[in-house]
Design a protein around this ligand. Sequence first.
Ligand SMILES: Cc1ncc(COP(=O)(O)O)c(C=O)c1O
Length: 371
Amino acid sequence: MFWRIVRGEFLIPGDRIYLNVGTLGPQPRVVLDAAIETMRRVAMTLPPGVDWPELKRRVGLFVGCDPEGLVFPRNTTEGMSFVAHGLELKPGDEVLSTDHEHVGGISCWQLLAARRGVRLRQLPLPTPADDPAEIVARFRGALTRRTRVISISHVNFTTGLVMPARDIVALCREHGLVSVIDGAHPPGLLRLNLGELDPDFYASSPHKWLLAPQGTGFLYMRADWRERLWPTLASGGWDDRSLGAHRFNHLGTFDESRLTGLAAAIGFLETIGMDRVEARIRALRQRLAERVAALPGVRVVSPSGPLVAGMVSFEVAGRDALELQRRLAEKGNVRTRVIGEYDYGWMRLSPHIYNSPEELDRFVQLLAQEL
Ligand SMILES: Cc1ncc(COP(=O)(O)O)c(C=O)c1O
């Protein structure tokens, strides 16, 4: 009953099975209303604009960080680009990453490689991964005198693997490297404590699991970078170091409604309770993973247990994932994601609190009919 009421807060049509929050989260009514109200006030020429201290306080409490380190670009892609272009990397400097990064988190380094001769090395990850210590050991073993940055996803978009981010941040600190985390997924999926994780940079997209309006990002930077990082996008105050990280919020005119929506989205998930949200997503994911894995010809490539969050990815022997996706969309009004990147060819499912167990079973039935 409780979760049926929650589903009623979304505009998703009753027969639609939406399994792609990993790309974009649907906004619940309260978020949409808050954003529209701001748009209306702008149209009416009414104050006020963004209350920056209050917004930073809300987000800082939700993700467990010092509010002064928060910047609000449009998304992870922009946040990651601000970091890559703001560091002063030289030809031959090395950035270590993985072969499970999203274009939104790796392209900024590829650009630096093409333009400035920075060396990007993408270490292969085991799939499915079952040993976080082995992943950390791979990074440790790959360090050279020229390594300057380690840039990883906190939760991989390919399989939902939760990377050993804390150990990798610690490795960076031990060797004087910059730790950059593409945290597109965790807010709204996992309870976060960025203060404890303590990376140099953490870029995110609350328009995914946090269910904020499309085009809402944040970038957190550690205290020692707030005066040092070069802005990529310069406007008034770009060189006023006394502004700290807030220099990076001077982005020219932008759509304030997304930030009102972000605050409302935090309120929505907090009202339900983030622990409850996390547990519900975990249970739904687990149900999907078990039932999909039991189908003939299916190989699940996502890890299991605490090593995975929110997603299940799999391949079906002899079947093209895009073709399968098309058929499921036509037959069952289902939205899935195909991970075609790096030629993986996997289907990815990402459920959230608006999905019901019955809906997931209907999806598995549809899939079974296709095999
Ligand atoms: C891990 C990861 N990083 C970055 C991005 C890019 O996000 P955005 O388009 O919000 O910048 C995504 C989007 O799916 C992602 O999954």
